[in-house]
Design a protein around this ligand. Structure first.
Ligand code: GLA
Length: 522
Protein backbone atom coordinates (compact mmCIF):
# COMPACT_ATOMS: atom_id res chain seq x y z
CA UNK A 1 0.00 0.00 0.00
CA UNK A 2 2.78 2.34 0.91
CA UNK A 3 4.73 1.96 -2.33
CA UNK A 4 1.93 3.67 -4.20
CA UNK A 5 2.18 6.63 -1.93
CA UNK A 6 5.93 7.03 -2.26
CA UNK A 7 6.33 6.40 -5.98
CA UNK A 8 3.04 7.23 -7.63
CA UNK A 9 4.61 7.99 -11.02
CA UNK A 10 5.97 4.47 -11.56
CA UNK A 11 3.15 2.59 -9.97
CA UNK A 12 0.00 4.22 -11.26
CA UNK A 13 -2.69 1.65 -10.64
CA UNK A 14 -5.07 0.83 -13.42
CA UNK A 15 -8.69 1.13 -12.61
CA UNK A 16 -11.82 0.06 -14.37
CA UNK A 17 -14.68 2.44 -13.85
CA UNK A 18 -18.02 0.70 -14.13
CA UNK A 19 -20.89 3.10 -14.37
CA UNK A 20 -20.22 5.43 -11.53
CA UNK A 21 -17.05 7.34 -10.87
CA UNK A 22 -18.48 8.27 -7.49
CA UNK A 23 -18.56 4.60 -6.56
CA UNK A 24 -14.96 4.18 -7.67
CA UNK A 25 -13.92 7.16 -5.62
CA UNK A 26 -15.18 5.48 -2.49
CA UNK A 27 -12.69 2.60 -2.83
CA UNK A 28 -9.87 2.43 -0.36
CA UNK A 29 -6.33 1.69 -1.46
CA UNK A 30 -6.68 -1.89 -0.26
CA UNK A 31 -9.53 -2.38 -2.66
CA UNK A 32 -7.61 -0.84 -5.54
CA UNK A 33 -4.88 -3.43 -5.08
CA UNK A 34 -7.16 -6.40 -4.54
CA UNK A 35 -6.45 -8.11 -7.86
CA UNK A 36 -5.60 -11.68 -8.84
CA UNK A 37 -2.58 -12.57 -10.97
CA UNK A 38 -4.60 -13.82 -13.93
CA UNK A 39 -6.67 -10.65 -14.02
CA UNK A 40 -5.89 -8.87 -17.32
CA UNK A 41 -6.67 -5.61 -15.58
CA UNK A 42 -4.32 -6.21 -12.67
CA UNK A 43 -1.99 -3.28 -11.95
CA UNK A 44 0.86 -3.36 -14.47
CA UNK A 45 3.26 -1.70 -12.08
CA UNK A 46 4.05 0.91 -14.70
CA UNK A 47 2.38 3.93 -16.19
CA UNK A 48 0.85 3.21 -19.59
CA UNK A 49 -1.33 6.25 -20.10
CA UNK A 50 -0.68 8.89 -22.72
CA UNK A 51 2.16 11.14 -21.58
CA UNK A 52 2.81 12.98 -24.83
CA UNK A 53 2.79 16.74 -25.17
CA UNK A 54 3.68 19.43 -22.75
CA UNK A 55 0.92 20.09 -20.24
CA UNK A 56 2.21 18.84 -16.92
CA UNK A 57 -0.14 21.38 -15.30
CA UNK A 58 -3.36 22.78 -16.81
CA UNK A 59 -2.59 25.22 -19.65
CA UNK A 60 -2.94 28.90 -18.80
CA UNK A 61 -3.09 31.95 -21.01
CA UNK A 62 -5.45 33.90 -23.24
CA UNK A 63 -7.72 32.80 -26.09
CA UNK A 64 -9.29 35.20 -28.59
CA UNK A 65 -12.69 33.52 -29.02
CA UNK A 66 -14.91 34.82 -26.20
CA UNK A 67 -13.31 38.24 -26.59
CA UNK A 68 -13.61 38.79 -30.33
CA UNK A 69 -15.11 35.74 -32.05
CA UNK A 70 -14.19 36.08 -35.75
CA UNK A 71 -13.66 39.83 -35.43
CA UNK A 72 -10.15 39.10 -34.24
CA UNK A 73 -7.02 40.77 -35.63
CA UNK A 74 -3.31 40.96 -35.00
CA UNK A 75 -3.43 44.21 -33.02
CA UNK A 76 -6.07 42.79 -30.67
CA UNK A 77 -4.08 39.62 -30.02
CA UNK A 78 -0.78 41.42 -29.54
CA UNK A 79 -2.55 43.95 -27.32
CA UNK A 80 -3.83 41.16 -25.09
CA UNK A 81 -0.35 39.64 -24.95
CA UNK A 82 1.09 42.99 -23.93
CA UNK A 83 -1.41 43.31 -21.06
CA UNK A 84 -0.54 39.79 -19.87
CA UNK A 85 3.11 40.83 -19.83
CA UNK A 86 2.65 44.30 -18.32
CA UNK A 87 0.14 43.30 -15.64
CA UNK A 88 2.34 40.51 -14.29
CA UNK A 89 -0.20 37.83 -15.26
CA UNK A 90 2.32 36.22 -17.60
CA UNK A 91 4.72 35.73 -14.69
CA UNK A 92 1.92 34.04 -12.75
CA UNK A 93 1.66 31.40 -15.48
CA UNK A 94 -0.59 32.86 -18.20
CA UNK A 95 1.91 32.00 -20.90
CA UNK A 96 -0.15 30.81 -23.89
CA UNK A 97 -1.59 33.27 -26.39
CA UNK A 98 -4.08 31.39 -28.55
CA UNK A 99 -5.58 32.63 -31.79
CA UNK A 100 -8.97 30.96 -32.27
CA UNK A 101 -11.20 30.84 -35.37
CA UNK A 102 -11.22 33.70 -37.88
CA UNK A 103 -7.68 33.87 -39.28
CA UNK A 104 -8.03 32.05 -42.61
CA UNK A 105 -8.22 33.50 -46.09
CA UNK A 106 -8.33 30.22 -48.03
CA UNK A 107 -6.58 26.99 -48.93
CA UNK A 108 -4.53 27.51 -52.07
CA UNK A 109 -5.68 24.78 -54.40
CA UNK A 110 -2.47 24.52 -56.46
CA UNK A 111 -0.59 22.98 -53.52
CA UNK A 112 -3.08 22.87 -50.62
CA UNK A 113 -1.20 25.48 -48.60
CA UNK A 114 -3.28 27.56 -46.21
CA UNK A 115 -3.29 31.32 -46.72
CA UNK A 116 -3.73 33.84 -43.92
CA UNK A 117 -6.08 36.84 -44.05
CA UNK A 118 -3.39 39.51 -44.16
CA UNK A 119 -5.92 42.36 -43.97
CA UNK A 120 -6.25 41.54 -40.26
CA UNK A 121 -2.83 39.87 -39.75
CA UNK A 122 -0.54 42.29 -41.59
CA UNK A 123 2.72 40.72 -40.40
CA UNK A 124 1.69 37.53 -42.25
CA UNK A 125 2.09 39.31 -45.62
CA UNK A 126 5.64 38.17 -46.13
CA UNK A 127 5.23 38.14 -49.90
CA UNK A 128 7.55 35.17 -50.46
CA UNK A 129 6.68 32.26 -52.71
CA UNK A 130 4.54 30.74 -50.00
CA UNK A 131 2.32 33.80 -49.94
CA UNK A 132 1.67 34.26 -46.24
CA UNK A 133 3.27 33.13 -43.01
CA UNK A 134 2.53 33.34 -39.29
CA UNK A 135 6.25 33.07 -38.49
CA UNK A 136 6.64 36.83 -37.78
CA UNK A 137 3.58 36.62 -35.49
CA UNK A 138 4.83 33.63 -33.49
CA UNK A 139 8.35 35.12 -33.41
CA UNK A 140 6.93 38.22 -31.73
CA UNK A 141 5.01 36.17 -29.17
CA UNK A 142 8.01 33.96 -28.47
CA UNK A 143 10.22 37.02 -28.03
CA UNK A 144 7.75 38.25 -25.40
CA UNK A 145 8.11 34.91 -23.60
CA UNK A 146 4.79 33.41 -24.72
CA UNK A 147 3.83 30.15 -26.36
CA UNK A 148 1.68 30.61 -29.44
CA UNK A 149 -1.54 28.77 -30.17
CA UNK A 150 -3.76 28.43 -33.22
CA UNK A 151 -7.10 26.90 -34.15
CA UNK A 152 -8.20 24.37 -36.75
CA UNK A 153 -10.93 21.79 -37.33
CA UNK A 154 -10.57 18.05 -37.69
CA UNK A 155 -13.08 18.01 -40.59
CA UNK A 156 -13.11 20.02 -43.82
CA UNK A 157 -14.73 23.17 -42.52
CA UNK A 158 -14.58 25.20 -39.31
CA UNK A 159 -17.35 26.13 -36.88
CA UNK A 160 -17.49 29.76 -38.02
CA UNK A 161 -18.39 28.50 -41.48
CA UNK A 162 -21.59 27.11 -39.96
CA UNK A 163 -22.32 29.50 -37.09
CA UNK A 164 -20.81 32.90 -37.93
CA UNK A 165 -22.09 33.33 -41.44
CA UNK A 166 -22.44 37.10 -40.96
CA UNK A 167 -18.69 37.40 -40.43
CA UNK A 168 -16.51 39.32 -42.89
CA UNK A 169 -13.62 37.04 -41.94
CA UNK A 170 -14.78 33.66 -43.21
CA UNK A 171 -12.59 31.78 -45.69
CA UNK A 172 -13.24 32.91 -49.25
CA UNK A 173 -13.20 31.40 -52.72
CA UNK A 174 -14.37 28.22 -54.33
CA UNK A 175 -15.76 25.28 -52.38
CA UNK A 176 -12.31 23.67 -52.30
CA UNK A 177 -10.56 26.90 -51.31
CA UNK A 178 -12.91 27.24 -48.34
CA UNK A 179 -12.04 23.75 -47.06
CA UNK A 180 -9.56 24.97 -44.48
CA UNK A 181 -9.88 22.11 -41.98
CA UNK A 182 -7.48 19.21 -41.52
CA UNK A 183 -9.44 16.59 -43.46
CA UNK A 184 -7.21 15.34 -46.29
CA UNK A 185 -4.35 17.65 -45.24
CA UNK A 186 -3.35 16.43 -41.79
CA UNK A 187 0.39 16.07 -42.33
CA UNK A 188 0.69 19.19 -44.47
CA UNK A 189 -1.22 21.44 -42.06
CA UNK A 190 0.35 20.05 -38.89
CA UNK A 191 3.82 20.57 -40.34
CA UNK A 192 2.83 24.08 -41.36
CA UNK A 193 1.51 24.99 -37.90
CA UNK A 194 4.19 23.38 -35.78
CA UNK A 195 7.34 23.25 -37.90
CA UNK A 196 7.09 26.16 -40.27
CA UNK A 197 4.98 28.71 -38.43
CA UNK A 198 6.29 27.74 -35.00
CA UNK A 199 3.04 27.35 -33.10
CA UNK A 200 3.19 25.42 -29.82
CA UNK A 201 -0.49 24.77 -29.12
CA UNK A 202 -3.27 23.58 -31.40
CA UNK A 203 -6.99 23.69 -30.65
CA UNK A 204 -8.79 21.22 -32.92
CA UNK A 205 -12.51 21.74 -33.32
CA UNK A 206 -14.99 19.24 -34.73
CA UNK A 207 -17.79 21.10 -36.54
CA UNK A 208 -16.49 19.66 -39.79
CA UNK A 209 -17.56 16.23 -38.54
CA UNK A 210 -20.98 17.39 -37.38
CA UNK A 211 -22.56 20.30 -39.17
CA UNK A 212 -22.00 20.07 -42.92
CA UNK A 213 -24.74 17.56 -43.61
CA UNK A 214 -25.26 16.64 -47.26
CA UNK A 215 -28.41 18.26 -48.61
CA UNK A 216 -28.83 20.63 -45.65
CA UNK A 217 -29.70 24.29 -46.20
CA UNK A 218 -26.25 25.29 -44.95
CA UNK A 219 -24.44 23.08 -47.43
CA UNK A 220 -26.69 24.08 -50.31
CA UNK A 221 -26.71 27.82 -49.66
CA UNK A 222 -22.99 28.07 -48.93
CA UNK A 223 -21.97 25.56 -51.62
CA UNK A 224 -19.99 23.41 -49.20
CA UNK A 225 -19.10 19.81 -49.93
CA UNK A 226 -21.39 17.87 -47.60
CA UNK A 227 -20.00 15.25 -45.26
CA UNK A 228 -22.11 12.54 -43.64
CA UNK A 229 -21.85 13.47 -39.95
CA UNK A 230 -19.62 11.33 -37.74
CA UNK A 231 -20.94 13.31 -34.77
CA UNK A 232 -24.68 13.64 -34.58
CA UNK A 233 -25.37 16.44 -32.15
CA UNK A 234 -27.72 15.32 -29.40
CA UNK A 235 -27.46 11.64 -30.28
CA UNK A 236 -24.58 9.66 -28.90
CA UNK A 237 -26.03 6.49 -30.38
CA UNK A 238 -25.87 7.84 -33.91
CA UNK A 239 -22.36 9.21 -33.40
CA UNK A 240 -19.46 7.14 -34.72
CA UNK A 241 -17.30 7.29 -31.61
CA UNK A 242 -14.50 5.15 -33.06
CA UNK A 243 -14.25 7.18 -36.25
CA UNK A 244 -14.10 10.49 -34.37
CA UNK A 245 -11.41 9.16 -32.06
CA UNK A 246 -9.45 7.77 -35.02
CA UNK A 247 -9.46 11.20 -36.69
CA UNK A 248 -7.99 12.80 -33.58
CA UNK A 249 -5.47 9.99 -33.22
CA UNK A 250 -4.23 10.63 -36.76
CA UNK A 251 -3.75 14.28 -35.87
CA UNK A 252 -2.01 13.37 -32.61
CA UNK A 253 0.44 11.14 -34.49
CA UNK A 254 1.22 13.91 -36.98
CA UNK A 255 1.86 16.39 -34.17
CA UNK A 256 4.17 13.93 -32.41
CA UNK A 257 6.14 13.51 -35.63
CA UNK A 258 6.31 17.27 -36.18
CA UNK A 259 7.40 17.89 -32.59
CA UNK A 260 9.39 14.81 -31.55
CA UNK A 261 10.57 16.55 -28.38
CA UNK A 262 6.97 16.69 -27.19
CA UNK A 263 6.96 20.46 -26.81
CA UNK A 264 3.35 21.03 -27.76
CA UNK A 265 -0.19 21.08 -26.42
CA UNK A 266 -3.02 19.32 -28.26
CA UNK A 267 -6.47 20.60 -27.35
CA UNK A 268 -9.42 18.47 -28.50
CA UNK A 269 -12.59 20.48 -28.99
CA UNK A 270 -15.39 17.96 -29.47
CA UNK A 271 -17.64 19.59 -26.83
CA UNK A 272 -18.07 16.45 -24.71
CA UNK A 273 -19.51 14.56 -27.67
CA UNK A 274 -18.42 11.24 -29.18
CA UNK A 275 -17.68 10.10 -25.62
CA UNK A 276 -14.52 12.22 -25.69
CA UNK A 277 -14.75 12.65 -21.93
CA UNK A 278 -13.55 9.04 -21.66
CA UNK A 279 -10.88 8.79 -24.37
CA UNK A 280 -9.61 12.38 -24.63
CA UNK A 281 -6.87 11.64 -22.10
CA UNK A 282 -5.43 8.89 -24.30
CA UNK A 283 -5.15 11.14 -27.34
CA UNK A 284 -4.64 14.78 -26.36
CA UNK A 285 -3.67 17.04 -23.48
CA UNK A 286 -7.10 18.53 -22.88
CA UNK A 287 -10.56 17.80 -24.21
CA UNK A 288 -13.70 19.85 -24.00
CA UNK A 289 -16.28 18.16 -21.78
CA UNK A 290 -19.32 20.24 -22.81
CA UNK A 291 -20.84 22.73 -25.22
CA UNK A 292 -19.53 26.30 -25.49
CA UNK A 293 -19.77 28.33 -22.33
CA UNK A 294 -21.94 31.45 -22.47
CA UNK A 295 -21.65 34.35 -20.02
CA UNK A 296 -24.51 33.15 -17.84
CA UNK A 297 -24.54 31.52 -14.42
CA UNK A 298 -26.43 28.44 -15.59
CA UNK A 299 -24.09 27.85 -18.51
CA UNK A 300 -21.11 28.13 -16.19
CA UNK A 301 -22.79 25.60 -13.84
CA UNK A 302 -23.47 23.23 -16.68
CA UNK A 303 -19.92 23.33 -17.98
CA UNK A 304 -18.55 22.95 -14.48
CA UNK A 305 -20.77 19.90 -13.94
CA UNK A 306 -19.55 18.31 -17.15
CA UNK A 307 -16.04 18.04 -15.71
CA UNK A 308 -16.42 18.22 -11.93
CA UNK A 309 -16.94 14.50 -11.38
CA UNK A 310 -14.31 13.29 -13.79
CA UNK A 311 -11.31 13.64 -11.51
CA UNK A 312 -10.09 10.14 -12.34
CA UNK A 313 -9.67 11.08 -16.00
CA UNK A 314 -7.40 14.05 -15.38
CA UNK A 315 -3.81 14.24 -14.24
CA UNK A 316 -0.46 15.65 -15.29
CA UNK A 317 -0.50 15.90 -19.10
CA UNK A 318 -4.24 15.39 -19.55
CA UNK A 319 -7.02 17.67 -18.35
CA UNK A 320 -10.80 17.92 -18.48
CA UNK A 321 -11.68 21.16 -20.26
CA UNK A 322 -15.00 22.80 -19.34
CA UNK A 323 -14.08 25.62 -21.81
CA UNK A 324 -12.29 28.95 -21.72
CA UNK A 325 -13.26 31.41 -19.00
CA UNK A 326 -16.10 33.84 -19.67
CA UNK A 327 -14.89 36.30 -17.05
CA UNK A 328 -15.35 39.86 -18.33
CA UNK A 329 -18.74 39.30 -19.94
CA UNK A 330 -22.43 39.15 -19.02
CA UNK A 331 -23.01 37.67 -15.57
CA UNK A 332 -19.24 37.52 -15.07
CA UNK A 333 -18.45 41.17 -15.77
CA UNK A 334 -16.95 43.59 -13.26
CA UNK A 335 -20.39 44.31 -11.77
CA UNK A 336 -20.62 40.71 -10.59
CA UNK A 337 -17.51 40.16 -8.46
CA UNK A 338 -19.02 37.25 -6.51
CA UNK A 339 -19.81 35.36 -9.71
CA UNK A 340 -16.41 36.22 -11.19
CA UNK A 341 -14.60 34.83 -8.16
CA UNK A 342 -16.78 31.70 -8.18
CA UNK A 343 -16.18 30.98 -11.87
CA UNK A 344 -12.44 31.41 -11.39
CA UNK A 345 -12.28 29.44 -8.13
CA UNK A 346 -14.22 26.51 -9.57
CA UNK A 347 -12.08 26.27 -12.70
CA UNK A 348 -8.97 26.40 -10.50
CA UNK A 349 -10.24 23.67 -8.16
CA UNK A 350 -11.04 21.16 -10.91
CA UNK A 351 -7.76 21.70 -12.76
CA UNK A 352 -9.46 23.29 -15.74
CA UNK A 353 -7.28 25.24 -18.13
CA UNK A 354 -7.21 28.88 -17.07
CA UNK A 355 -7.63 30.63 -20.40
CA UNK A 356 -8.74 34.25 -20.09
CA UNK A 357 -10.91 35.34 -23.00
CA UNK A 358 -11.95 38.97 -22.83
CA UNK A 359 -10.53 42.15 -24.32
CA UNK A 360 -7.71 42.68 -21.85
CA UNK A 361 -6.77 46.06 -23.28
CA UNK A 362 -10.15 47.57 -22.51
CA UNK A 363 -11.39 45.45 -19.60
CA UNK A 364 -11.54 46.72 -16.02
CA UNK A 365 -8.48 46.35 -13.78
CA UNK A 366 -10.55 44.78 -11.00
CA UNK A 367 -10.83 41.61 -13.08
CA UNK A 368 -7.07 41.40 -13.47
CA UNK A 369 -6.79 41.30 -9.69
CA UNK A 370 -9.12 38.28 -9.53
CA UNK A 371 -7.32 36.48 -12.35
CA UNK A 372 -4.03 37.31 -10.67
CA UNK A 373 -4.83 35.71 -7.30
CA UNK A 374 -1.56 33.80 -6.97
CA UNK A 375 -2.91 31.59 -4.18
CA UNK A 376 -5.81 30.36 -6.30
CA UNK A 377 -3.58 29.89 -9.35
CA UNK A 378 -1.23 27.81 -7.22
CA UNK A 379 -4.04 25.38 -6.45
CA UNK A 380 -4.74 24.91 -10.13
CA UNK A 381 -1.06 24.57 -11.02
CA UNK A 382 -0.18 22.21 -8.19
CA UNK A 383 2.33 19.75 -9.63
CA UNK A 384 0.65 16.61 -8.33
CA UNK A 385 -2.28 17.38 -10.63
CA UNK A 386 -5.06 15.99 -8.43
CA UNK A 387 -8.33 17.46 -9.66
CA UNK A 388 -10.64 18.52 -6.85
CA UNK A 389 -13.33 15.99 -6.08
CA UNK A 390 -16.90 16.71 -5.05
CA UNK A 391 -16.97 15.73 -1.39
CA UNK A 392 -20.49 16.99 -0.77
CA UNK A 393 -23.02 17.44 -3.51
CA UNK A 394 -26.41 18.99 -4.03
CA UNK A 395 -27.95 21.32 -6.57
CA UNK A 396 -27.77 24.08 -3.97
CA UNK A 397 -24.29 23.74 -2.57
CA UNK A 398 -21.16 21.70 -3.09
CA UNK A 399 -17.94 21.09 -1.25
CA UNK A 400 -14.94 20.43 -3.50
CA UNK A 401 -11.72 19.11 -2.01
CA UNK A 402 -8.35 18.99 -3.73
CA UNK A 403 -5.28 17.28 -2.31
CA UNK A 404 -2.12 19.28 -2.87
CA UNK A 405 1.36 18.05 -3.75
CA UNK A 406 2.70 16.57 -0.58
CA UNK A 407 -0.64 15.11 0.51
CA UNK A 408 -0.43 17.06 3.76
CA UNK A 409 -2.25 20.12 2.46
CA UNK A 410 -5.73 20.37 1.04
CA UNK A 411 -7.69 23.01 -0.76
CA UNK A 412 -11.42 23.22 -0.25
CA UNK A 413 -14.09 25.24 -2.01
CA UNK A 414 -17.52 25.78 -0.50
CA UNK A 415 -19.77 26.66 -3.39
CA UNK A 416 -23.29 28.08 -3.31
CA UNK A 417 -24.85 27.27 -6.68
CA UNK A 418 -28.14 28.89 -5.81
CA UNK A 419 -29.66 32.36 -5.62
CA UNK A 420 -30.44 32.20 -1.87
CA UNK A 421 -28.01 32.10 1.07
CA UNK A 422 -26.86 28.50 1.70
CA UNK A 423 -25.90 26.90 5.01
CA UNK A 424 -22.89 24.65 4.58
CA UNK A 425 -21.18 22.72 7.34
CA UNK A 426 -17.64 21.72 6.51
CA UNK A 427 -16.48 18.56 8.26
CA UNK A 428 -12.91 17.54 8.85
CA UNK A 429 -14.11 14.29 7.33
CA UNK A 430 -14.84 16.03 4.01
CA UNK A 431 -11.15 16.90 3.97
CA UNK A 432 -10.04 13.42 5.00
CA UNK A 433 -8.53 15.07 8.07
CA UNK A 434 -8.81 13.71 11.59
CA UNK A 435 -12.00 14.58 13.43
CA UNK A 436 -10.36 15.21 16.79
CA UNK A 437 -7.45 17.41 15.69
CA UNK A 438 -7.54 21.12 14.84
CA UNK A 439 -7.92 22.09 11.19
CA UNK A 440 -6.61 25.45 10.04
CA UNK A 441 -8.25 27.16 7.10
CA UNK A 442 -6.70 30.07 5.20
CA UNK A 443 -9.21 31.97 3.06
CA UNK A 444 -7.50 32.49 -0.29
CA UNK A 445 -9.64 35.50 -1.21
CA UNK A 446 -9.55 37.43 2.11
CA UNK A 447 -6.29 35.86 3.42
CA UNK A 448 -7.90 35.41 6.88
CA UNK A 449 -7.28 32.24 8.85
CA UNK A 450 -9.51 30.32 11.23
CA UNK A 451 -9.29 27.05 13.10
CA UNK A 452 -11.92 24.44 13.92
CA UNK A 453 -12.13 20.92 15.24
CA UNK A 454 -14.63 18.45 13.84
CA UNK A 455 -16.86 20.76 11.88
CA UNK A 456 -17.47 24.39 11.06
CA UNK A 457 -20.69 26.01 9.89
CA UNK A 458 -20.75 28.66 7.17
CA UNK A 459 -23.47 30.59 5.42
CA UNK A 460 -22.61 31.28 1.83
CA UNK A 461 -24.02 34.32 0.07
CA UNK A 462 -25.90 33.65 -3.18
CA UNK A 463 -23.46 32.30 -5.81
CA UNK A 464 -20.56 32.67 -3.40
CA UNK A 465 -17.53 30.37 -3.37
CA UNK A 466 -15.19 30.37 -0.42
CA UNK A 467 -11.80 28.84 -1.10
CA UNK A 468 -9.47 27.78 1.66
CA UNK A 469 -6.17 26.06 1.99
CA UNK A 470 -6.52 23.57 4.84
CA UNK A 471 -4.00 22.00 7.20
CA UNK A 472 -4.70 19.33 9.77
CA UNK A 473 -3.87 15.80 10.81
CA UNK A 474 -4.41 13.30 8.04
CA UNK A 475 -7.20 10.83 8.68
CA UNK A 476 -5.17 7.91 7.30
CA UNK A 477 -1.69 7.86 8.71
CA UNK A 478 -0.41 5.00 6.53
CA UNK A 479 -2.40 5.22 3.35
CA UNK A 480 -4.47 7.37 1.11
CA UNK A 481 -8.03 7.43 -0.10
CA UNK A 482 -8.44 7.12 -3.82
CA UNK A 483 -10.12 10.51 -3.73
CA UNK A 484 -6.81 11.97 -2.52
CA UNK A 485 -4.83 10.79 -5.54
CA UNK A 486 -7.05 10.95 -8.64
CA UNK A 487 -4.22 12.48 -10.68
CA UNK A 488 -2.10 9.37 -10.08
CA UNK A 489 -4.72 7.03 -11.54
CA UNK A 490 -5.02 5.89 -15.12
CA UNK A 491 -8.48 4.69 -16.03
CA UNK A 492 -7.54 1.74 -18.26
CA UNK A 493 -10.98 0.77 -19.43
CA UNK A 494 -14.04 2.90 -19.06
CA UNK A 495 -16.78 0.41 -18.37
CA UNK A 496 -19.53 2.98 -18.71
CA UNK A 497 -22.24 0.91 -20.35
CA UNK A 498 -23.94 3.81 -22.05
CA UNK A 499 -21.71 6.62 -23.32
CA UNK A 500 -23.21 9.87 -22.16
CA UNK A 501 -23.98 13.21 -23.70
CA UNK A 502 -24.00 15.87 -20.99
CA UNK A 503 -24.69 14.33 -17.59
CA UNK A 504 -26.87 16.48 -15.37
CA UNK A 505 -28.27 15.71 -11.96
CA UNK A 506 -30.71 17.49 -9.73
CA UNK A 507 -30.47 17.04 -6.01
CA UNK A 508 -30.76 19.34 -3.05
CA UNK A 509 -29.29 19.82 0.40
CA UNK A 510 -30.91 17.11 2.49
CA UNK A 511 -32.94 19.11 5.06
CA UNK A 512 -32.53 16.36 7.67
CA UNK A 513 -28.78 15.95 7.66
CA UNK A 514 -27.48 19.11 5.93
CA UNK A 515 -24.10 18.66 4.27
CA UNK A 516 -23.17 15.84 6.66
CA UNK A 517 -24.76 13.27 4.38
CA UNK A 518 -22.41 11.97 1.74
CA UNK A 519 -19.21 12.79 3.60
CA UNK A 520 -18.54 9.10 3.96
CA UNK A 521 -18.74 8.37 0.24
CA UNK A 522 -15.66 10.20 -0.96
C1 GLA B 1 -16.62 26.12 -31.47
C2 GLA B 1 -15.73 25.98 -30.25
C3 GLA B 1 -15.42 27.34 -29.69
C4 GLA B 1 -14.76 28.22 -30.75
C5 GLA B 1 -15.63 28.28 -31.99
C6 GLA B 1 -14.93 28.92 -33.15
O1 GLA B 1 -17.87 26.60 -31.14
O2 GLA B 1 -16.32 25.16 -29.31
O3 GLA B 1 -14.60 27.23 -28.55
O4 GLA B 1 -13.50 27.69 -31.04
O5 GLA B 1 -16.02 26.99 -32.42
O6 GLA B 1 -15.76 28.99 -34.29
Amino acid sequence: MNHLWHKPRETKPWIVVCGSVAAALSLTMTQVHATSTDDPLAPAGRWEGNTSGSASTPPMGWNSWNAFRTEVDEAKVMGAAQVLADSGLAKLGYNHVILDDGWWMKRRTSDGRLQIRTGIFPSAATGGPDGTSFKPFTDKLHAMGFKAGIYTDVGRNACSQAYDLHSPNLPQGTTAEREVGLDGHVTQDINLYFKEWGFDYLKIDACGLADFIPGSDLVKKQSYRGMAPLIERGSINRTDIGAVRARYETVAAAIKTARPLGDYVMSICAWGMANVRSWGKDVGNLWRTSADITPSWTSMLHNFDSAAKRALYAGPGHWNDPDILHIGHGQFDANNPVEVRSHFSLWAMINAPLLISYDLQHGPASLLAVLGNADVIRLNQDKAGHQGIVAYDSDDAQIIVKTLGDGQRKAVALFNRGAAPAPVTLLAMHLKLADGAPVTLRNLWTKETLTFTGEKAFTLAPHETLVFEAHGKRQLEHGVYLSEIPGAINVAVDGTRQPQLDPTVHRMIDPWSSTRSGARWT
